[in-house]
Design a protein around this ligand. Structure first.
Ligand SMILES: [Fe+2]
Length: 342
């Protein structure tokens, strides 16, 4: 079994849950018959009022911790060092530590962990949305919100790897991933969700699906949502972005490296680094189907990239360069710590 060698850093207790936005654990209500009902899934958004309802029946609550809390705490510390850096040199040192821990877990698989570790830490270190904005995005779809948190976390680290060091810019990049599909707000449907899932896996498959199974209205919404998203996000979320212009990058999230995406049909030659990150992650991370596990982070990025069926359409040269020349050549976290102490 994959989890046989897994060592839990420490379990989370019920009282701690309120300190998280994304739950680090699956939370079950158990009955004397042995029946279990899941109250909150790992990564599910914590609602304190909802938790309070079960506070009086603590004995019947079972918590299965999924996040590796020591990874979360380690990332929190490294992000804090990076955020407090005053000079370029301090920023680079902070950035290098983050990239080493990241590649050690998520590329080399040398340190175990869950993708949820990174998601939780990035949320704690970077998320600036207020509760109204979070509610708005959850109402659009909690699964989309959780997916966005994973894309945002990976996007943040990939941009750091590309050499972006400006904290304000990275904060904007992080928030950008939460609004990529906001152009579909109030119009998300079963057919459109299916089209998004199919389009992620194969270029043009979303439109083919809608042309056989839906109507012109849904087709039009699907085609226009990258452009509509810019306008809708500016109306709703502009206050959370330091540089509002970054919202224009929403347009790019259905383009492809080969130039066969939409709405503009531009290819790699017309994409900058950030655009390549957005295209890569929009097609890498599954839509509405992600369940985090304790070991899903171990070597995740390397394994996923090796299995990419549509690799040439998704993986731009900038990203390939990071993966093969940066992550592959980094020391493992244990080697890095050894070097620091020596
Ligand atoms: Fe989209």
């Amino acid at each position: 079994m994959e989890e046989e060698n897994y060592i839990l850093s420490r379990p989370v207790d019920f009282a701690e849950l309120k300190d998280y936005l994304f739950s680090p654990a699956n939370v079950f209500l158990t009955y004397s018959s042995g029946k279990k009902t899941k109250l909150i899934k790992a990564s599910g958004v914590i609602n304190e009022e909802y938790l309070k309802k079960f506070n009086s029946s603590k004995k019947r609550i079972e918590i299965e911790t999924i996040a590796n809390i020591s990874n979360v705490e380690q990332f929190n510390e490294l992000f804090k060092i990076y955020q407090n850096a005053k000079t370029e040199r301090e920023k680079i040192i902070g950035r290098n530590s983050i990239l080493t821990l990241f590649s050690s877990i998520y590329w080399k698989g040398a340190n175990g962990g869950s993708l949820l570790d990174l998601v939780i830490s990035c949320e704690k270190s970077f998320l600036k949305f207020d509760m109204d904005a979070i509610e708005e995005l959850r109402n659009f779809g909690e699964d989309f919100f959780i997916r966005s948190s994973l894309m945002a976390s990976l996007g943040l680290v990939l941009c750091m790897s590309l050499g972006y060091l400006d904290k304000i810019f990275l904060e904007d990049v992080y928030h950008l991933f939460f609004v990529l599909d906001y152009g579909l707000n109030n119009n998300i449907s079963y057919n459109i969700t299916e089209a998004l899932k199919k389009d992620r896996l194969q270029v043009g498959a979303g439109k083919s699906f809608l042309s056989s199974n839906s109507n012109r209205i849904e087709m039009s919404l699907f085609n226009k949502h990258p452009l509509l998203g810019v306008k809708k996000s500016l109306n709703k979320f502009a206050v959370f972005f330091n540089q509002k212009d970054i919202l224009n990058f929403i347009k790019i999230h259905h383009e492809r490296i080969c130039g066969q995406g939409f709405p503009m049909g531009i290819g790699q030659d017309e994409m900058n680094d950030l655009e390549q990150v957005i295209v890569f992650l929009s097609h890498l991370v599954p839509i509405k189907e992600y369940d985090f596990s304790r070991t899903d982070g171990q070597g995740y990025l390397k394994e996923t990239c090796e299995k990419l069926e549509d690799r040439n359409n998704i993986l731009g040269k900038s990203i390939e360069n990071i993966l093969l020349n940066i992550f592959e050549n980094m020391p493992t976290w244990d080697e890095y710590i050894g070097k620091e102490i020596a």
